[in-house]
Design a protein around this ligand. Structure first.
Ligand code: BGC
Length: 762
């Protein structure tokens, strides 16, 4: 069922998916969202429910089982006891729980619901299955670096296969927030800075989680989060204010949500942030006008954790009762964690402040969703302790984790072809806080994966080389604290070796939720370690661990070889070793730009030119748009990533005109002049030179990942149509204008590649 070979389909998927997007982007405006039919029995059931039971169906709580993993993970509220929670189930005052502990808990709770509650409505079990359940896959930003939506679909499918067997019906994923400020810690949970890549990965992950049939015992309901613009927080500070124009919302932050919707997602999560003064949880325009009326969404919206309660601290609601009312009326259908709906909805209805018809409408939706998940037919369909075990950490899942891991690794730099390393004949010193040990392998936002099952770097390297004794391990430093005698030991280890693998970067608590960083640099003790090791003169391969783009400096930036390895999950060490020793030729590309300086944040490639662009990258001119001494460019831009081949772009062919209703065929010859196999991500960017609304300096419009043997050339053809040139106009509606466009086919967002212009003519 799970084919983990590199299929031709996978290799071409970038092309296939993009071609589909290119040829019919207007579908986003026309396509009906997934339907949520309400079965006939639901109305009868709603008619029997008390107001308290109705409010219960709109109340989701953190699971109390086993001491409350859920509240430990997210400690903003007090936990409950399992016995209390069972009582709530019997009373019908809870619709389900999240981040619980698997099939045994689910069996006990569901049994109580089906045998001891008045109406016998099945419970819904949710969890943050973000990048794997028991088998952990790379953090989403890493996986997006593969530029293979098909891979994201397959890992999501596998995560569902494992998690659904543990009783989980609903995952709070995918997170589809565009992240353009790398200080924001949740960059790791999304697909990076680009809209096209974000759309394709969002669709793929929804398809993967939900599968073809939501009733299947290996499918979970997906949840597009955090709606909306959570990644646009001011200065990258998590939970902070967002103030964006409707145009930017529609052009940058909303498209991945729409893509998820078009792929059939049936739940959304409201974001914590406000947008231009209105918290999303209380934003009727967002939740009702846009999501329901304009986009036709039929599923339900859940608050993000205590998002309703937080409207009090936002200064938007004066008390708990008002917060519940505002969230409810705005269109947040289910309250997570705060318990506000069950606490306040009955009295709000009785006071005439909330129409009971509205409550009924939402309860019907939730019950319809439970029916859609097959829970009324068989409440235990996903709850099976035996299946939970047999589906956990299968060989296929481990192989897929390794495939996803190596496809997520970006080779930033490879001076003098230092990589790949030979498997024998070299003494290797692995130095750094991430050299060895069962820590920081899974990455942030893992609820169920056990780090003890993951392969660390040293084990991966030792398994790959001919002589294990040729490998030494020296931590050299803590992550954020120096280690007594660490640098001396590291220098000695480097001196005794032929090559150093410098395993440095961020721990898993340095990115993820609430982990914004004011400066996205290497922590000082590790920078000091890098400087000391570099001073030995030994060749260094930096093996970066990171949940976001970093501003690399000094000895780290100057190392001859740099690999971005994110958090790769279960197969971390093996996946990195595959790349280090050439079993796999790196093929990933940065989904977020690595700036030259931390102070450049937010830096993203698709920025505007301004009225005073600096004329050349070589010379900075005064009174032009750049920071002192720093070109307005990335050190390693979006789309950048090397292979072990030598790739050349030639023979760009495109007609000079694109007719209004015609198409333009763009072809380019891509060759591998090197001695090793390579996979190249061929990227097509455009720039609309003059428009009624200023346009970015470049926008990715299509890409294709292709495998090239040594010496092989291929002609890659893209088809452009007018729809592809759409932008959000002055009236906040999609528009397209005739005129001149630049076009590049290039290996990154800031590489020249091959360039031409064309005219869109009416
Ligand atoms: C996060 C969500 C997550 C929820 C439930 C919140 O703090 O923002 O992404 O799904 O907790 O765990």
């Amino acid at each position: 069922m799970y084919d983990t070979r590199i299929s031709r389909r996978a290799a071409l998927l970038g092309a296939g998916a993009v071609a589909a997007w290119v040829s019919n982007p207007a579908r986003a405006m026309l396509q009906a969202a997934a339907q949520l039919p309400v079965p006939a029995f639901v109305d009868g059931l709603v008619a029997k429910m008390t107001l308290a039971e109705k409010a219960g169906q709109l109340t989701l709580m953190p699971a109390a089982w086993s001491g409350g993993t859920a509240t430990a993970l997210n400690p903003a509220t007090q936990g409950s006891s399992f016995d209390t929670q069972l009582d709530e189930v019997r009373q019908g005052s809870i619709t389900g729980v999240f981040n619980g502990n698997g099939a045994e808990m689910a069996r006990r709770m569901q049994t109580a619901a089906m045998t001891q509650s008045r109406l016998k409505i099945p419970l819904l079990f949710a969890a943050d299955v973000i990048h794997g359940h028991r088998t952990i896959f790379p953090v989403p930003v890493g996986e997006a670096a593969s530029f293979e939506p098909d891979l994201a679909e397959r890992t999501a499918r596998m995560a569902s296969y494992e998690a659904a067997a543990a009783g989980i019906d609903w995952t709070f994923a995918p997170m589809v927030d565009i992240a353009r400020d790398q200080r924001w810690g949740r960059t790791m949970e999304g697909a990076g800075e680009d809209v096209l890549l974000g759309n394709l990965i969002a669709e793929a992950r929804v398809r993967g989680f939900q599968g073809k049939d939501l009733k299947a015992n290996d499918a979970m309901l997906a949840c597009a989060k955090h709606f909306a613009a959570y990644g646009a927080a001011e200065a990258g500070l998590d939970y902070s204010t967002v103030d964006v124009s409707e145009r930017t919302l529609r052009e940058v932050y909303l498209p991945p949500f729409k893509a998820a919707l078009d792929a059939g997602v049936l739940s959304f999560m409201a974001s914590f942030n406000e947008i231009s003064g209105v918290p999303s949880t209380g934003n009727e325009w967002l939740m009702r006008k846009l999501l329901r009326d304009e986009w036709g969404f039929e599923g339900f919206v859940v608050s993000d954790y205590t998002g309703d309660m937080e409207m009090i601290d936002h200064g938007f609601a004066q008390d708990l009762r008002e917060a519940a009312k505002l969230a409810f009326l705005a269109g947040v259908d289910m309250s997570m964690t705060s318990g506000f709906y069950r606490q306040h909805l009955p009295e709000l209805v009785e006071a005439g402040e909330v129409p009971v018809a509205r409550v009924d409408e939402l309860v019907r939706k939730v019950l319809a969703m439970k029916a859609r998940l097959g829970l009324f037919e068989d409440p235990f369909r996903r709850i099976d302790a035996k299946r939970e075990k047999t589906r956990s950490r299968t060989k296929a899942a481990t192989a897929l984790s390794r495939e996803a891991g190596r496809k997520s690794i970006v080779l930033l730099k490879n001076q003098g072809d230092l990589l790949p390393l030979p498997k024998s004949g070299k003494k290797i010193a692995i130095i750094g806080p991430f050299a060895a040990g069962q820590h920081d392998l899974n990455g942030p936002w893992v609820v169920y994966g056990d780090q003890a099952n993951a392969t660390d770097l040293a084990s991966g390297v030792r398994a790959a080389v001919a002589d294990k004794a040729s490998v030494t391990v020296t931590p050299g430093s803590g992550v954020e604290e120096p280690l007594a005698g660490g640098i001396e030991a590291a220098v000695a280890a480097a001196q005794a070796a032929d090559v150093v693998l410098l395993a440095i970067g961020e721990s898993e608590t340095m990115s993820g939720e609430a982990q914004s960083r004011a400066e996205i640099v290497m922590p000082a003790p590790q920078q000091a370690l890098a400087e000391a090791v570099a001073a030995t003169g030994k060749p260094i391969v930096v093996v970066l661990k990171n949940g976001r783009a970093l501003a690399l400096q000094g000895a780290v930036a100057n190392a001859p070889a740099i690999l971005v390895t994110w958090f790769l999950g279960t197969e971390t060490g093996n996946a990195i070793a595959d790349v280090l020793f050439g079993a796999y030729s790196p093929s990933a590309r940065l989904p977020c730009s690595f700036p030259r300086s931390p102070g450049q944040q937010p830096y993203y490639y698709a920025h505007k030119q301004t009225g005073r662009p600096n004329p050349s990258d070589d010379k900075l001119e005064p009174y032009k748009a750049h920071y002192r001494g720093i070109p307005n460019k990335a050190l390693y831009p979006f789309g950048h990533g090397l292979t072990y081949g030598v790739i050349e772009y030639t023979d760009l062919q495109a007609a000079p005109k694109l007719a209004w209703d015609g198409d333009l065929s763009v072809s380019v010859r891509v060759s591998n002049r090197g001695k090793r196999a390579a996979e190249e991500v061929v990227q097509l960017y455009i720039r609309d030179r003059v428009a009624s609304v200023t346009r970015p300096v470049r926008e990715l419009k299509a890409f294709r990942k292709l495998a090239l043997a040594p010496g092989q050339s291929e002609t890659v053809t893209f088809k452009l149509r007018r729809d592809l040139l759409l932008f959000i106009g002055r009236d906040d509606k999609p528009t397209v204008e005739p005129g001149t466009f630049d076009l590049w086919v290039a290996p990154s967002a800031e590489a020249e590649g091959v360039h031409t212009t064309f005219e869109l003519v009416r």
